[in-house]
Design a protein around this ligand. Sequence first.
Ligand code: PLP
Length: 477
Amino acid sequence: MTPEDFRRHAHELVDWMADYMETVEQYPVRAQTAPGEIAATLPDAPPAEGEPMDRIFEDFKTDVMPGITHWQHPRFFAYFPANSSPPSVLAEMLTATLGAQCMLWQTSPAATEMETKVLDWLRQMTGLPAGLTGVIQDSASGAILCALLTAREKATEWQANEKGLGAQPKLTVYTSNQTHSATEKNVKIIGLGRENLRAIDVDESFALRPELLEAQIEADIAAGCVPTCVVASVGATGVGAVDPLRAIGEICERHDIFLHVDAAWAGTAWLLPEQRWMLDGIEYADSLVFNPHKWMLTNFDCSAHYVRDPNALVRTLSILPEFLKSREQGKIIDYRDWSVPLGRRFRALKLWMVIRSYGADGLRRIVRSHIDLAAELERWIAAEPDFEIVAPRSLALINFRYRPKDVREGEGLDRINAVLLERINDDGRIYLTQNKVRGQAAIRFSIGQTNTEHRHVAEGWDVVKEIARNLDSAAIL
Ligand code: PLP
């Protein structure tokens, strides 16, 4: 493709992209295709010769688009948001065009220096303490992995990387029973088993109970284990539980345990001074992560990982073969040493463009509006006698269930809610996610798309009520 051809196709695609942004509300939110339906439209073998871009783009529209779930739809209320914005998309276009691999300072000084600067902007915008240094990871899971590896090295006095785990005592990791599954996955990845992971019970607000944490740590020490890391949650996935960082931090300090804070979703709310109560005790954290790629208008992937001691992270992850040496070593940052993959995209650019384009206050207004909308939805749900809120609202996340008078507590109610959710998502006007809260079926309604307004939430709630009240409970049970 010549640069002139590229120009023509790019203009065409940008027109399509702008139209898509304008008309995204017209699509069903969740893809309505059956398993295998898209695969059936794709040839089994690759083309031997190149095909014209016009034809490829037509196939994209007809064959691919039906299988897309529209995460940027303003009535997307499933999972957690993965919101985006025009400045972020523009930045991704530039990143792709430059195609820079930013593993070393030398392989694109601007990428490294912008990453350092923009993560410090973000630290200031969110009220995080000055002693934290940031790096962009691909995911919160990646940040948890880096944190656990660093904690493992510290707990084994830097022996695990050298000698493996064979000679080490049993290392234990602590988290609440609400934590995201990424913690368990990473415990396995660092060579520990599920039995090295302690899932501590929570209180009525689903927050980790510090007294149980300390009792477990003491019992483990008495049994010869080495408590290695506590992973605290700020905005755990199920109901958005917030663990008490100060009490947990004091325990970690007393027992010299590494503390990682997983705020993948909720961290963006720290933009708002009124939500910074969650940060009380953050000075105890050795490491924390939140994802601008969830709620801060920045395309996936962009996880902001902050550490108190970058040297410990680098000492854990650094391996220096000949070809990666550079003459600037020691004077600059080589981010290859700060994460698991060697190769790095220029991810700071989209964060820089988003922050500059919206400004800190512009971002604050959007995040605050999502929380206000969720508070209003909470009132609407509470006002309906046949619906019930099953966990305290956390920021812009609500868990509720349908509870018609004629259905008794138990499996029947779970079944009704499962069918309700299926019908809602098949309907296509909104998209929600199932949950289990204290063992009972619940439905999560999570607000956070860039263009979600009052009318979208109101329409969403009307859809839930309409479909619920058309259910025939007797037929379902
Ligand atoms: N932690 C929490 C609390 C999450 O909600 C999520 C994802 O929703 C993750 C971790 C995993 O995030 P990532 O997809 O960036 O690994």
